[in-house]
Design a binder for this molecule. Structure first.
Ligand code: GDP
Ligand code: FE
Ligand code: FE
Ligand code: FE
Length: 195
């Protein structure tokens, strides 16, 4: 992987090394898949492919950070304390952006927002937010019933891809009686509901 534009004082090689050392091999492969799919979705949606590839690559940087470290940051950096009622599934995006800023030294607000929104989505979504959110769901390594349809829908129309993914996620959360983060719910109402 090579990022031709610089969003960090670190080199591409340094970012790749830090990313790799922060997660296991399986997760690293997923990040490469999300990077490639983000690039493809960017090309289809007139967005900067290099920037999308970088955002996709780092989106799960904090996925395997310990719960203890997350809790410390949520408390000390004055995040919404309601986050403490959730777990790493929600934290690694919203709070993960903090680790990305500190450790990968990325300050670009568009990239950081896309990381924050990549798990829950949100009512307001930029093109980059949608690209990373959808790429995370359809990258080549993903294999779940419905992934082929998700790919078809998303490559056809990015907004429809967001709606399809949110409907699938809500379905999963309800089936498994998981706690729904309010933003996930609001995003579902915005992007998935067919009037
Ligand atoms: P990953 O990091 O590549 O595994 O993918 P994501 O960041 O998109 O999602 C991680 C997990 O968070 C998935 O299993 C989602 O189903 C789950 N998730 C998304 N929204 C919510 C929510 O509102 N509540 C809970 N409990 N989990 C959620
Ligand atoms: Fe994630
Ligand atoms: Fe996702
Ligand atoms: Fe991911």
């Amino acid at each position: 992987i090579n990022f031709t534009k610089t969003y960090s004082p670190l080199t591409s090689a340094e970012i790749v090394a830090k990313e790799k050392s922060n997660m296991d091999e399986k997760r690293f492969k997923h990040c490469i898949g999300v990077s490639k799919t983000s690039r493809k979705l960017a090309e289809l949606n007139n967005y900067d492919p290099d920037k999308a590839a970088l955002a996709g690559f780092i989106h799960d940087y904090a996925k395997q950070v310990s719960p203890e470290r997350f809790i410390k940051v949520i408390k000390e950096q004055h995040f919404d304390q309601d986050l403490l009622n959730y777990n790493r599934a929600i934290w690694h995006g919203i709070v993960g952006a903090y680790f990305i800023e500190k450790e990968l030294k990325i300050t670009d607000p568009e990239i950081l927002t896309a990381i924050r929104r990549h798990t829950t989505a949100d009512v307001e979504m930029t093109i980059l937010d949608k690209i990373v959110f959808v790429a995370d769901f359809i990258e080549p390594g993903r294999d779940f019933p419905g992934v082929e349809e998700a790919r078809k829908v998303a490559y056809d129309n990015l907004d429809d891809g967001v709606g399809f993914e949110l409907a699938h996620t809500l379905d999963f959360l309800i089936t498994n009686r998981k706690k729904i983060y309010p933003k996930t719910f609001a995003a579902y109402n915005k992007w998935a509901v067919k009037d």
